[in-house]
Write a protein that binds this ligand. Structure first.
Ligand code: PLP
Length: 425
């Protein structure tokens, strides 16, 4: 039977029927057929505790018995208040204010509006554009599409709909680069800022790991340099930690690697452990204080219906407790070691003619190929071996759940390597 469900990013003519998922437990989800698949992507990187986690499920059940939803306009509730306090506690020092929304894209829209309005309220009404990076991905809504990579990104069709922003080259220095090695990247950023800072409200970036745009990794020195440049040019710094937040790069937040506090930071994906859609846009006192005033322009005119949803906030609180009580950062460090050993240190993989690069950072590993043709058929190949892999363009990656065992990780990396190294067809 044909389902009326319209699937994302799918070519309707060539798509194969989507397998039906009926449940999940730990790193696996189960199909209607009984087939179990080890999820190498943890459902677009959000199901960090895996499926069916008893504590997260119980938190949702308990909250559902008390209060499923209430508007946040003019009202508040414990889950929203407590989660905001927790987010302020765990994020880089100085991010003291939390604005909720319902998805990563909307969290970024909020960040961009906040930055522009901050500049207007601070007497810089000319600063109305964003500065983004090539290879960036910040979401699929109109405002977000305008700050995604305009060339390699997937939104070229909509160019006429999008406001024009500024772009700087994607950083090229790797994670372990020396300060000298990032100078070139920072010089490129300085160049754009010095030419256009009068019209730039904020520099926005996915710190350390540009995720959907090709899993491009860079150095903490780049973040520090970007922070200094933003201060020099009166530009706000926005970190989109929608993908990197909650441990993905090996620290709780990518910003922690650099000891940098952005002016605005956006969290989503792992925020609720993936159990409900939600997002938080955090701001420093400096940004928040600019909104305290008498004019009609001082109110922040944004308010998604489901912002601060009690179920989402409650499960996010439980997710954080599990993360801390069960020492997830140690789990991620161990998991990262396995990824490094199995992929980075595999000379045959790295030497394979289809492979352009292999990178690992925290709980993220990617095999970059020279072209997406090299990955045609890889999803079916992996599925036949019990693993759910879904490459992005020419990048074959894994971002597993942090509860994955060593054996599960080596099964994932084994399939990723086998695609290149084993004879097939
Ligand atoms: C996924 C993602 C978004 C968009 O989040 P949605 O919840 O899908 O709207 C934004 N920024 C980054 C870095 C992401 O990875």
């Amino acid at each position: 039977m044909n389902s009326p469900v319209w699937h994302p990013y799918a070519h309707l003519k060539t798509q194969t029927p989507a397998p039906k998922v009926v449940g999940g437990s730990g790193s696996y989800f189960t199909l209607e057929s009984g087939e179990r698949l080890l999820d190498a992507t943890c459902s677009w990187w959000c199901m960090i505790h895996g499926y069916g986690h008893p504590r997260l499920v119980a938190a949702i059940r308990e909250q559902a018995g008390e209060l499923c939803h209430v508007m946040l306009g003019g009202l508040t509730h414990d889950p929203a208040d407590q989660l905001a306090q927790e987010l302020v506690r765990i994020t880089p020092p100085g991010l003291n204010h939390v604005f909720y929304s319902d998805s990563g894209s909307v969290g970024m829209e909020v960040a961009m509006k906040m930055a522009l309005q901050y500049q207007v309220l601070s007497g810089h009404p000319g600063k109305r554009k964003m500065l983004s990076l090539m290879k960036a991905y910040h979401g699929d809504t109109t405002g977000c599409m305008a700050v995604c990579d305009p060339e390699e990104g997937m939104h070229g069709l909509f160019a006429s709909l999008l406001p024009q922003h500024h772009f700087a080259p994607a950083p090229t220095a790797p994670f372990d680069a020396t300060p000298a090695q990032v100078e070139h990247d920072l010089a490129a950023l300085r160049e754009v800022l010095s030419r256009h800072h009068q019209e730039i409200a904020a520099l926005l970036m996915e710190p350390l790991l540009q995720a959907a745009g090709g899993l491009n990794m860079t150095s903490p020195h780049y973040l520090r340099g970007a922070r200094a440049l933003c201060d020099e040019f009166g530009v706000l710094l926005i970190f989109d930690e929608v993908a990197t937040g909650f441990g993905r790069t090996g620290r709780l937040f990518a910003a922690d690697h650099a000891g940098v506090t952005p002016d605005i930071m956006v969290l989503s994906k792992g925020l609720t452990g993936g159990y409900l859609g939600h997002a938080a846009t955090l701001a420093t006192d400096r940004v928040h204080e600019a909104f305290i005033g008498d004019s009609q322009h001082h109110a922040f005119m944004h308010g998604p219906t489901f912002m601060g949803n009690p179920l989402a906030c409650r499960v996010a609180l439980e997710s954080l407790r599990v993360f801390e009580e069960e020492h997830y950062l140690e789990k991620i460090a161990a998991l990262s070691q396995v990824l490094q050993r199995e992929l980075l240190e595999d000379a045959a993989l790295r030497a394979h003619p289809a492979v352009a690069d292999v990178r690992v950072l925290g709980a993220t590993a990617v095999i970059e190929t020279h072209g997406s043709e090299a990955l045609a058929g890889v999803a079916a190949f992996a599925r036949a071996r019990g693993v759910w892999l879904r490459p992005i363009g020419r990048w074959l990656y894994t971002m597993p759940a942090y509860i994955a065992t060593d054996a599960e990780i080596t099964q994932i990396t084994g399939v990723m390597k086998a695609w290149f190294l084993e004879a097939r067809r």
